[in-house]
Design a protein around this ligand. Structure first.
Ligand code: SAM
Length: 381
């Protein structure tokens, strides 16, 4: 029989090697049986004959029990739902984007560590998913201090079953965790395991003064940054990006509208000195997203394609004899905005993401470099 305690210890050792310091989180990884949260099936990512990404369901009974358990304790994200279809219900390969998963355990506990959670803290988690991270929270804090919100009814029901089966009884809410109508106030910590384009204002109202929000700030270019904000007495929340290269799926209400088929138009062409391949780095993509938050980013290498669904604006680049040519079309000059942002960033010393911060007040949300008052960009709210 497979020694799952041994597998959990190995997982905890691996995460400790990656920099986890708090013994309480390590102990939770050692004790919480992750296989219970994967339930009966997961998706494996592959390619269809056309080369498109596809998700193949893998059922527990299809593999030897030992293999399934080893899989469960790999430090990997296991996708459990794609385009709203649960792995357990899928009758064949599914195309679409993952809509629920069991996040890789190292990311779960590093995020909880980044949130600065201490014994006695009341925590609201947004994105119950499979319930694994919720169980880790309950293990550390006790059920009474943990509330978790999941927007997907089926995922919420499965998580409840898994948690209750193990004797964990936190407050579980099925609903939109970005919405103000979810019950509960005076939380010490809000931690989101889905990402957001801007901070939902209800999170500020649900915290006690001095409470914190830990979330990935992401967007339609799929750039991401883990940020940790503290709520001040004046109702402002402010804090810094940790610089960790972590990403979660976007919260459902923040996802982009369906993208129309892209047709390249010649548009207005000019030379650009900004190497498009710089947009593919972690900070470069983040800068581009700050510059053009309603655009998506496609392409690769020297070809960057910016596409704004709302206005139909587009910009695309191609290599030229010397440098690159950019073609822009539509009311939003997307590349001009990206170029200006890179110029301001370089003037500020070209810092990496850990030198950025975010301030949220009643009027606006601003990402800044260095300190509030430094070069800054508004988020879409
Ligand atoms: C990456 S998964 C969460 C992983 C989970 N913490 C775990 O350990 O299994 C993200 C989850 O957030 C949920 N979600 C997306 N938007 C949401 C929203 N507005 N409110 C609550 N949950 C949301 C998704 O349905 C998905 O289950």
């Amino acid at each position: 029989m497979t020694d799952t305690a041994q597998l959990r210890r190995q997982l905890a050792n691996g995460i400790t090697d990656q920099g986890l310091t708090e013994p309480a989180w390590r102990k939770a990884v050692e004790d919480v049986p992750r296989e219970v949260f994967l339930s009966e099936a997961v998706f494996r990512q592959g390619r269809d004959p056309q080369g498109l990404t596809v998700y193949e369901p893998l059922r527990r009974h299809q593999v030897p029990e030992e293999e399934w358990l080893v899989m469960a304790y790999r430090n990997e994200t296991w996708v459990t739902q794609v385009g709203g279809v649960d792995a357990a219900d899928a009758t064949g390969p599914v195309h679409g984007l993952p809509t629920s998963s069991s996040t890789l355990p190292s990311l779960v506990v590093r995020m909880l560590e980044a949130a600065g959670i201490a014994d006695g803290d009341r925590v609201r988690e947004i994105g119950t998913g499979t319930g694994y991270s919720t169980a880790v929270l309950c293990h550390r804090l006790g059920d009474d201090l943990v509330t978790s919100v999941e927007i997907d009814r089926a995922a919420g029901a499965r998580a409840r079953k898994a948690l209750h089966g193990l004797g964990y009884t936190p407050t579980l809410i099925v609903g939109d965790g970005l919405d103000e109508r979810q019950p509960g106030t005076d939380f010490d910590r809000i931690v989101a395991t889905c990402s957001v384009r801007s901070i939902p204002y209800p999170w500020l109202w649900q915290l006690r003064p001095g409470g914190t929000i830990t979330t990935c700030l992401s967007g339609w270019m799929q750039a991401s940054g883990l940020v940790h904000l503290t709520l001040q007495d004046d109702g402002t929340a402010s804090g810094r990006f940790t610089g960790e290269q972590t990403a979660f799926m976007l919260a459902r209400p923040h996802q982009p509208p369906p993208r129309p088929t892209f047709t390249m138009h010649a548009g207005v062409a000019r030379q650009t000195g900004l190497d498009p391949s710089r947009l593919w780095s972690w900070t470069g993509r983040f800068l581009a997203q700050l510059a053009a938050p309603s655009a998506e980013l496609l392409g690769a290498g020297a070809q960057a394609i910016l596409l704004d669904t709302a206005t139909g604006s587009q910009a695309w680049t191609e290599p030229a004899r010397a440098g690159w040519t950019v073609h822009q079309r539509g009311p939003l000059p997307l590349w001009d905005a990206v170029e200006r942002t890179f110029e301001r960033w370089e003037k500020a010393g070209a810092p990496e993401q850990d030198q950025f911060g975010l301030t949220v007040n009643g009027d606006e949300q601003r990402v800044w470099i260095g300190a509030p008052g430094g070069p800054s960009w508004l988020l879409p709210v």
